[in-house]
Design a binder for this molecule. Structure first.
Ligand SMILES: Cc1ncc(COP(=O)(O)O)c(C=O)c1O
Length: 366
């Protein structure tokens, strides 16, 4: 039972399906790894992947869907390089380690195009486990505001779309790193000018990144960049600017089919809510043993963080949990404690089993 934060659990039936067809897919006599990315077979795979993403999210035609490489971290640089002009400024809402990285990398990338990436709001002074408060007047005149919708390490989530609670001033674009809660429930992605998400939590293999970008943003691209770094060029080529990660796209296509068969984002969202409710309920039921540091209302449904009241319980818990078949529970090395990642492919039954284990463990400590 894999509760790892990413790469996370993927649906076993999808992995088995893909594995069975690695040598010969759909009777074509060869596997997806060997098919030309410009051939009819792979074109079909790519087209279906894009169609499924649009269908599942209801993303309107106003937005382009790009499949890119380099992980979400490459987007930390591409966003400012593509969206900033000479002398323009972007504002970053930093609610945890990933927002901080986006800003840090964004500063370097912004400087390359003569722009500036600045801190707009931070939760650092409040100890990280709350959502940062955005002061809307401060956002006036910015080219874009960057949010991280789910802080994977600190376990804080924005209740999107309303979590971008305060609409940005007119003319300020809204950019979101949605890597760790992408497609976890219905979101109004169309409300963003640009959304990017690494695939390795909810939809596929690491390295692949999905970008939703408003077409009007592409029209204003900066011309100084090599083509491979430009969103408009990726859009123009239909995500075939160079050889794409064909196997990763095929796995993603199958995961998206799996998601549709489960009832789409509304159904998976209901299951994710139930899983989170169960887990946080179990943590809160034993305040003498466990403590969830994130303020209620900001708690992530994807990554539930908790600590032990008695620090010495941690090693015992991890050791017993491993013996009981639970993996990936240790918190990020920078934050400590436990982190339970409950991505889409983590079934309710695993969370129920973990909660049973936590109750038994707590009872033995009481
Ligand atoms: C919210 C968030 N953003 C960005 C990243 C970086 O993704 P990648 O390793 O694909 O570059 C991660 C990775 O865990 C993440 O959780």
């Amino acid at each position: 039972m894999n509760f790892g934060a990413g790469p996370g659990a993927l649906p076993l039936e999808v992995l088995e399906e893909v594995a069975a067809e690695l040598g010969d897919i759909a009777g074509t006599g060869m596997g997806v790894l060997e098919h030309s990315h410009r051939g009819a077979f792979f074109e079909g795979v790519l087209a279906e992947t894009l169609t499924l993403l649009r269908e599942l999210t209801g993303l309107p035609d106003s937005h382009e869907i790009l499949l890119m490489q380099g992980g979400a971290s490459l987007q930390f640089g591409l966003v400012p390089m593509n969206l900033l002009r000479e002398g323009a400024r972007a504002g970053y809402v930093v609610g945890g380690a990933w927002g901080e990285k986006a800003l840090d990398e964004g500063k370097r990338a912004a400087a390359l195009v003569g722009g500036e990436a600045t801190l707009l709001a931070s939760s650092e002074e409040s100890g990280r486990y709350v959502r940062p408060v955005v002061d809307v007047p401060d956002a006036r005149g910015l080219a874009y505001v960057h949010f991280t919708s789910n802080e994977t390490i600190h376990g804080i989530e924005y209740d999107l779309p309303s979590g971008v609670a305060t609409p940005m001033p007119k003319g300020v674009a809204c950019v979101c790193d949605a890597s760790s809660n992408f497609l976890a429930r219905p979101y109004a992605y169309a409300g963003f000018d640009l959304v990017y998400a690494g695939a390795q939590k909810n939809i596929g293999p690491a390295g692949l990144v999905v970008v939703f970008v408003k077409k009007s943003m592409l029209a204003e691209h900066t011309p100084k960049l090599p083509n491979i770094l430009r969103y408009d060029q990726h859009a123009k080529s239909g995500s075939l600017l160079n050889t794409p990660p064909t196997l990763s796209i095929e796995i993603t296509r199958r995961v998206l089919r799996w998601l549709r068969a489960k009832g789409g984002l509304a159904a998976i969202g209901a299951q994710n809510a139930r899983k989170a409710q169960l887990l946080y309920g179990t943590i809160d039921a034993f305040p003498s043993v466990y403590r969830a540091p994130v303020t209620s209302g900001a708690r992530s449904e994807m990554n539930a963080v908790f600590h032990f009241v008695r620090a010495e319980d941690q090693a015992v818990f991890l050791e017993q949990a491993a013996r009981a078949g639970f993996v990936g529970l240790a918190g990020h090395r920078s934050a400590g404690g436990m982190r339970v990642s409950m991505y889409n492919a983590v079934p309710l039954a695993w969370v129920e089993a973990l909660c049973d284990f936590m109750r038994t463990f707590a009872a033995a400590r009481a």
